[in-house]
Write a protein that binds this ligand. Sequence first.
Ligand code: G3H
Ligand code: 13P
Ligand code: ZN
Length: 335
Amino acid sequence: MISYKDLGLVNTREMFKKAIEGKFAIPAYNFNNMEQLQAIVMACAESDSPFILQVSSGARKYANQFLLSHMAKGASEMLKELNPHLKFALHLDHGDTFELCKSCIDSGFSSVMIDGSHHPFEENIKLTKQVVAYAHEHDVTVEGELGVLAGIEDDVVAEKSTYTQPGEVEEFVQKTGVDSLAISIGTSHGANKFKPEQCTRNEEGVLVPPPLKFEILEEIEKRIPGFPIVLHGASSVVPKYVDMINSHGGNVMNAVGIPEEQLRRAARSAVCKINIDSDGRLAMTATIRKAFADNPAEFDPRKYLGPARDELKKMIMDKNTNVLGSAGKGKEIFS
Ligand code: G3H
Ligand code: 13P
Ligand code: ZN
């Protein structure tokens, strides 16, 4: 059993409290490999942003669970040099069983998500409550979910989104004891968040997605005032990276994300954790495709993974500074 405290990590409690009071959101970035991890740590250190490192079950399968938690420990050591007061949480993204959550808690995670949103309400409560009981014994925080996002949630494909029903949130939060709640208000996972027929087109012919259901968020906030809300599927699918991919041999079509102004609006509300994975994937893929096209004779992975890491770092700094408002908040929270 490894405690996250011995790894120099924190749970999400204090950062969420400060994020709600300060009307900003904590970024939660997914990682699967070393370059992504370096980019996240370097960008958040430099922009002095509190952050959450997320690991999905797919990432655990890809990279190996032991390697990932040791990488997180390495990141904590690296951060001490780059920004000594800053701390981060290590979070399981979309945990689907009690056993997976327990295994993460036992190997040094400071926060877990139990995603019971595909189960009937009572079953979701039962499963979430079981995870909360074990997690809280170890001072680990828990994110639950109500409502189903459209798109791909790990191995489960949800065809249609089912918005969170505000009438269920009080009972869920109260009966489970969760520390934060992921909701469904129209975001979706991946780079094709909406079908073209769900969008309108602006004068330049660019797809404009339907707005998020802020009225549902407001209703939820009224029912559980000050309670930390989480937004999944919140990549904006940055057009410059999609264009860069497609102009260097790629084929990412009809890609559409959540507009940045809507994420800024959400970050000023009770939404205090915003999940971003696809934007990082697009930034790295775009840069690697360009590096291959510009230097076809190059075969040293550092020569294409290095620029991809640097571009991801730039993108994360921009998100922290201009979208989530978390840049510069590290000192306030941790000292
Ligand atoms: O919500 C899903 C995350 O983007 C993780 O995706 O299961 O492909 O690692 P993954
Ligand atoms: P995106 O696919 O929009 O980046 O969402 C990531 C996410 O919600 C991870 O849990
Ligand atoms: Zn998600």
